[in-house]
Design a protein around this ligand. Structure first.
Ligand SMILES: [Fe+2]
Ligand SMILES: [Fe+2]
Length: 159
């Protein structure tokens, strides 16, 4: 099905967002594993996998619209040097992504593309979950202090 040019541009722009955070989260997840923060490693790894699903769904939609998915474009990747920076950078990106999906939903409504509205809404709900996770981590760090927070993250993965 031939897609709307504006929607194809939006889909590719969101794809760049997703591909950027996949890379950032994979690095962050492995840094946490290397430091022995098993819980944090698994939580960030799970987010990276959510983002892979999002990238897959966007690519699927672009191809459905006879468009060409741009998989070679990344935005700035912000690798944190500490757990605090990791959580800060990832949380900031999630907030931006929530904003981008809300914008995208507005554009999809304008061109009467309900199928794309539905896809964006499904992804948006997951991104809101990611924002929530980052906010919980920040609140815990503030309330219990970084050292106590980190002790709580050292639990090693079951596998
Ligand atoms: Fe995503
Ligand atoms: Fe996300």
């Amino acid at each position: 099905m031939k897609g709307n040019a504006k929607i194809l541009t939006v889909l590719n722009s969101l794809l760049a967002d997703e591909l950027t955070v996949i890379n950032q989260y994979m690095v962050h997840s492995e840094m946490c594993k290397n430091w022995g923060y098993g819980k944090l490693h698994l939580a960030i790894r799970k987010q990276a996998m959510d983002e892979m699903h999002h990238a897959e769904w966007l690519i699927e939609r672009i191809i459905f619209f006879d468009g060409k998915p741009t998989v070679s474009k990344l935005n700035t990747i912000k690798i944190g040097k500490t757990v605090s920076e990791i959580i800060q950078n990832d949380g900031d990106d999630e907030l931006e992504v929530v904003h981008d999906y809300n914008d995208a939903i507005k554009i999809a409504h304008e061109v009467f593309d309900q199928g794309t509205v539905d896809l964006f809404t499904k992804i948006l709900k997951m991104e809101e979950g990611h924002v929530d996770w980052a906010e919980i981590q920040r609140a815990q760090i503030e309330q219990m202090g970084m050292e106590n927070y980190l002790v709580n993250q050292t639990e090693s993965p079951a596998s």
